[in-house]
Design a protein around this ligand. Structure first.
Ligand SMILES: C[S@@+](CC[C@H](N)C(=O)[O-])C[C@H]1O[C@@H](n2cnc3c(N)ncnc32)[C@H](O)[C@@H]1O
Length: 205
C-alpha cells in the first residue's frame, strides 16, 4: 500500500499513467474518465455547488468543477499532489491529512452539497470505511450526496471474475467496494457500473 511519500513519487506521472490504463480498457483504471465525467455531470446540475474531494490527487475532477464555479474543499496526504492541485485551483481550500484518521479539522467546520472520492477510498479497510462514511454523511447539507467513483463491483462474484482476469496485476492491498454488501449500511445506496471494473456509488444519508 502506498503511503504519502509513495504518492509524492507517483504525482508527476499520475495523469499519464491513469490515462494509459483507461485507454487500454484494463484493470484498474478502465472507465476512469467516464467515472469522473459521470460525477462531474451530476454535480454541475447544481449551480455553484460546494464540493469536498477526499483524496483529490492532481485535481483531475475538482479542477474542472472549480473552473465551472464550484467552491472546492479537499483533503489529501501527499504534499506533492497538493502542490499540483493548488496550481490548477489557487483559491481552493486544500488541506493535508490522512483520511484514515478522519477529516482535517478545518473541513469539519463546513457542510457540503457533494462529497466526492474518486479512486481513493479503496485505501481504507471496510471497517475504516464504515467509520469514515457515516462521519462524512454528517458533513452533508440537507439534500447532499456522497459520490464515490472507483474500482467497484455490484456483487462479490463480479469482483472475483475481475480478480481472475487481472491475474498478477490484481492489487490485494486495495479494498474495493462491493455495492450489494454496503446496502446493509446505506439502504438507499445506488450503484452505476461504468466498466468491467469501475462504477459510481451514490450514498444518501
Ligand atoms: C489513485 S489517487 C486518486 C486521485 C484522484 N481522486 C483521481 O481520481 O485521479 C489516490 C489519492 O488519494 C490520496 N490518499 C491515499 N490514501 C490517503 C490517505 N490515507 N489519506 C489522505 N489521502 C490519501 C493519495 O495521495 C492520492 O492523491
Amino acid at each position: 500500500m502506498l503511503d504519502n511519500k509513495g504518492f509524492d513519487l507517483w504525482a508527476d506521472g499520475y495523469d499519464a499513467s491513469v490515462g494509459l490504463s483507461d485507454e487500454e480498457n484494463i484493470y484498474p483504471f478502465a472507465g476512469y474518465k467516464r467515472v469522473l465525467n459521470g460525477i462531474f455531470q451530476r454535480i454541475v446540475q447544481k449551480p455553484n455547488a460546494v464540493v469536498l474531494d477526499i483524496g483529490f490527487g492532481t485535481g483531475v475532477l475538482t479542477s474542472k468543477l472549480y473552473e465551472h464555479g464550484c467552491t472546492v474543499y479537499g483533503q489529501d496526504f501527499s504534499q506533492k499532489m497538493i502542490e499540483l492541485a493548488s496550481q490548477k485551483m489557487p483559491d481552493a481550500h486544500l488541506y493535508q491529512g490522512d483520511f484514515s484518521q478522519g477529516l482535517a479539522e478545518p473541513l469539519t467546520r463546513q457542510s457540503y452539497d457533494f462529497i466526492v472520492a474518486t479512486y481513493s477510498l479503496h485505501h481504507l479497510t471496510d471497517a475504516q470505511k464504515n467509520a469514515f462514511l457515516p462521519a462524512l454523511c454528517k458533513r452533508l447539507k440537507a439534500d447532499g450526496r456522497i459520490l464515490i467513483g472507483d474500482v467497484a463491483f455490484a456483487t462479490r462474484e463480479e469482483l472475483n471474475r475481475c480478480r481472475l482476469a487481472a491475474g498478477d496485476e490484481w492489487d490485494d492491498e486495495e479494498i474495493y467496494f462491493v455495492a450489494d454488501e454496503w446496502k446493509y449500511v446505506f439502504p438507499a445506496l445506488q450503484f452505476e457500473p461504468v466498466s468491467s471494473c469501475a462504477g459510481i456509488l451514490t450514498l444518501t444519508p
